[in-house]
Design a protein around this ligand. Structure first.
Ligand code: NAP
Ligand code: MG
Length: 506
């Protein structure tokens, strides 16, 4: 059975500076792609996973397990242990023992070797990790294979290199590890977020208790296998699965020295309140509502591709997704038309199919939330456009969705939707768009598309966002710090900056 992708081509003046209607030539062709599913034969999965504590898998004290399903088939993949407060206590105890007994005392160059080993094993098992990530979380295999897994290995490689060079990272200071780090991560980049958290913690001599998200625990549990294979001393990394209560128990445990959290602003605020007055260090990487700004002098086709990459790929499940599009008035009609044409070519479907552009929404509640916002957008008076692609019968799916005639006061412009939903607004001047882009409680990321370097510097200096991309979007590198302003969080992860939250300096 083939899939149909309608390819449309258009010709328009490359840089149209006036609002006059552009001449539109359309070449419509019907392309049929045969299904190209990634093989799952090589993937080894247990039917039931325990908690990874003190170097081995063990039963949860509660005896409780929950199912992790594939959002594209709604079928159970495995049962996963539900860690109780007592299990959190066991994991923290193991991490403390490993910190005091081995890891903090180990020669930094030896620590580095273990981290390198983790990186290399992830690379060796990259295909398996990519398939499991797409099965458990719903993201297209192209994303997990080309982005998530290589970047996860890249983070371990990068921080392995720092392990014996910390005096160069903090000249004239004496960096000491903080102790036991409690780390809580979301479902949108499960393995990558685990790598962001674990790699800098280990490089600086800390031990770890990590809690993955309830809907995507499998690659973290596979990472536990890698940690066994790399022969890390028991207790240095502990991985415990569970729901929000497990995360809360980790946050509130008195023997945890640092909390590293990535997730929603709502839970970030709960965590900040819970640890207020304690000596726990913390970093919070929270929500976002990025502005993607297109000027009339931009390379429009590249910008359209960047907009699609910024909000539709990965189902919009990206904290830094370019969910607010600002287009200069003179090119707005042209950009929106090309965007709609491009949206029509996107394939929504089986995450394991290499043709797929947009995979499954991560969970049923998340799909319901996105649908609710799509309704809110229409009720608020914005004009909706959705691509006409077919959707599979089973699973959680959302067509790429565009809202024009959106305004600053609309909830679809102000609130994080975390789905493939884009709200478009227009602007006339640089000052106006800076004002509009900054008018949000968030400040995680942004993008600007223009031919003029001076304009890029002017805009990037004034956008209150942790990362601003110029003539590209959603690009990551382990050596580059990431983090937010305002309600998008506190602290930085990645790069040299990512070492700081894991050390005490004297
Ligand atoms: P979430 O609901 O805040 O959950 C994040 C993690 O916290 C999950 O492991 C969750 O467990 C756990 N958790 C829930 N309640 C908790 C509590 N009271 N105490 C401690 N932990 C608790 O966020 P999400 O829906 O999984 O992820 C989406 C959000 O993450 C979006 O807002 C997105 O913008 C943000 N995000 C930010 C970044 C960044 O770098 N700034 C990166 C990625 C994602 P359960 O899964 O079991 O609920
Ligand atoms: Mg799942």
């Amino acid at each position: 059975m083939g899939k149909t992708r309608r390819k449309t081509g258009t010709t328009t003046p490359r840089k149209s500076r006036s609002p006059r209607p552009v001449r539109k030539l359309k070449f419509a062709t019907d392309w049929t792609y045969s299904a190209a599913p990634e093989s799952t034969d090589h993937v080894r999965l247990e039917s039931r996973y325990g908690l990874f504590i003190d170097g081995k898998f063990s039963e949860p004290r509660s005896g409780r397990y929950f199912a992790t399903i594939s959002p594209s088939t709604e079928k159970k993949i495995a049962d996963v242990a539900d860690a109780s407060t007592a299990d959190v206590g066991r994991a923290v105890k193991a991490a403390r023992r490993a910190f005091d007994g081995t890891w903090s005392k180990m020669k930094p160059s030896e620590r580095g070797k273990y981290i390198f080993r983790i990186a290399r094993i992830i690379q060796e098992r990259a295909r398996e990790f990519a398939v499991v990530e797409s099965m458990d979380g719903g993201k297209p295999i192209r994303e997990s294979r080309d982005v998530d897994i290589p970047l996860a290995a890249g983070h371990f490689f990068y921080y392995a290199g720092w392990a014996d060079k910390l005096p160069y990272a903090f000249p004239c200071r004496d960096p000491k590890p903080v102790g036991v780090a409690g780390q809580i991560i979301p479902w949108n980049f499960p393995l990558l977020m685990a790598a962001w958290k674990i790699a800098p913690a280990l490089a600086t001599g800390n031990t770890v208790v990590l809690k993955p998200a309830e809907t995507t625990p499998l690659t973290a549990l596979k990472l536990a296998e890698v940690i066994q294979e790399a022969d890390l001393p028991p207790g240095v990394v502990n991985i415990i699965t569970g729901a929000g209560e497990t995360g809360a128990a980790l946050v509130n445990h008195p023997d945890v020295d640092k909390i590293a959290f990535t997730g929603s602003t709502e839970v970030g605020k709960i965590i900040q309140k819970a640890i207020a007055g304690s000596k726990k260090k913390f970093t919070l990487e929270l929500g976002g509502k990025a502005a993607n700004i297109v000027f009339e002098d931009a390379a429009i086709d590249q910008a359209v591709e960047g907009i699609v990459n910024g909000i539709f790929f990965n189902q919009g499940h990206v904290c830094c997704a370019g969910s607010r599009l600002f287009v200069q008035e003179s090119v707005a009609d042209d950009v929106v038309r090309r965007l709609k044409d491009r949206m029509e070519t996107l394939i929504v479907g089986d995450p394991l199919d290499k043709n797929t552009d947009i995979g499954a929404i991560n969970s049923k509640p998340q799909l319901e939330k996105i649908r609710e916002y799509i309704q809110i957008g229409q009720d608020e008076g914005a004009e909706i456009y959705q691509s006409s692609c077919p959707l599979p019968a089973k699973g959680y799916w959302c067509r790429p969705t565009l809202f024009t005639k959106a305004s600053q006061s609309h909830r679809i412009v102000q609130e994080e939707i975390f789905g493939p939903v884009l709200a478009v607004q227009t602007f006339r001047t640089v000052e106006e768009v800076i004002e509009k882009a900054n008018n949000t409680p968030y400040g995680l990321s942004g993008g600007v598309w223009t031919d003029k370097g001076a304009k890029i510097f002017k805009i990037t200096g004034k956008l209150r966002a942790g990362v601003v991309w110029a003539n590209t979007f959603n690009m990551f590198d382990p050596s580059s710090p990431f983090g937010g302003y305002k309600e998008s969080g506190v602290g930085r992860e990645g790069g040299l900056h990512g070492l700081l939250p894991y050390v005490n300096l004297s």
